[in-house]
Design a protein around this ligand. Structure first.
Ligand code: MG
Length: 256
């Protein structure tokens, strides 16, 4: 069931969005060569405690997860696309890192992700992959306005991805966000314009394009969580939580 939020409820979701943005800024700044993924998780955990927020991940245990996630942030490195379980690994110059973070503040959730290259030695192919995800996210957000259909959002994302020559995986995509992290509707990263649920004011969704350089297929790592590209090619993932207002889309997790 799709739940629509009142303008007042959307106002009350802003602190969660701002907090998630702040954690992604801080963890991104901390992700330098030589830093361990567990230190990044510890930093996010500390910020959650200090803010009196609640992690959406630590007890998360869906049907596809081997056990509760146990950490508070997803750290997906290089060929890891989604759900990267933080582990003892020191980041290297040139690693492509995706950070995905969701938390609840005063009972409202926000969910966001960012991808970037650690250190100085970014390959042009990685930068193009990340940029394509960002352009796809912007296109999806721009399509999320009253009067549109959710298929318009999916089509906008898919068009950017396919136009840049990447395949699109439809197993994981955007989702409703509210009191919990995952709700209706599902927002696939490709689809047909003019189809699907009508976009109305009060709809709050996470839009999250993710792409891999060489494939659209994933495999689950032995850790039971991390999803990797089947061919070992690098992956990127970006995400924002967006509320639909009478005036258009409002990005709740916008970073400064
Ligand atoms: Mg997320």
């Amino acid at each position: 069931m799709i739940e629509l939020r009142t303008p007042d409820e959307i106002e009350r979701m802003r602190p969660a969005g701002a907090f998630v943005a702040r954690v992604l800024e801080a963890t991104r700044a901390a992700a330098r060569p030589g830093v361990d993924l567990l230190e990044i998780d510890a930093l996010a955990h500390r910020m959650i405690r200090e803010a009196g927020a609640e992690s959406c991940y630590v007890d998360y245990h869906p049907s596809f997860g081997a056990s509760p996630f146990g950490k508070v942030i997803c750290t997906s490195v290089n060929d890891a696309a989604l759900h990267g379980l933080p582990h003892r690994y020191r980041l290297r110059d040139g690693d492509l890192l995706s950070l995905d973070f969701a938390a609840s503040v005063d009972g409202w959730v926000a969910d966001s992700a960012v991808s970037f290259v650690v250190g100085e030695q970014a390959s042009p192919e990685d930068l193009r992959l990340i940029e394509t995800c960002e352009v796809a996210l912007d296109a999806g957000i721009a399509a999320l306005r009253p009067g549109a259909k959710l298929g318009d959002v999916s089509a906008a994302i898919g068009q950017v991805a396919r136009g840049a020559g990447y395949g699109v995986n439809l197993q994981f995509g955007g989702h409703g966000v509210g009191r919990t992290m995952h709700g209706d509707p599902h927002v696939p990263n490709d689809g047909r314009a003019g189809r699907g649920w009508p976009v109305r004011p009060g709809l709050v969704v996470a839009i999250e394009p993710w792409l891999m350089r060489g494939t659209d297929e994933i495999v689950t790592d032995a850790d039971g969580w991390t999803l990797r590209s089947v061919d070992g090619s690098r992956a990127a993932h970006v995400e924002h939580t967006v509320a639909v207002t009478e005036d258009g889309p409002l990005v709740l997790t916008a970073r400064g």
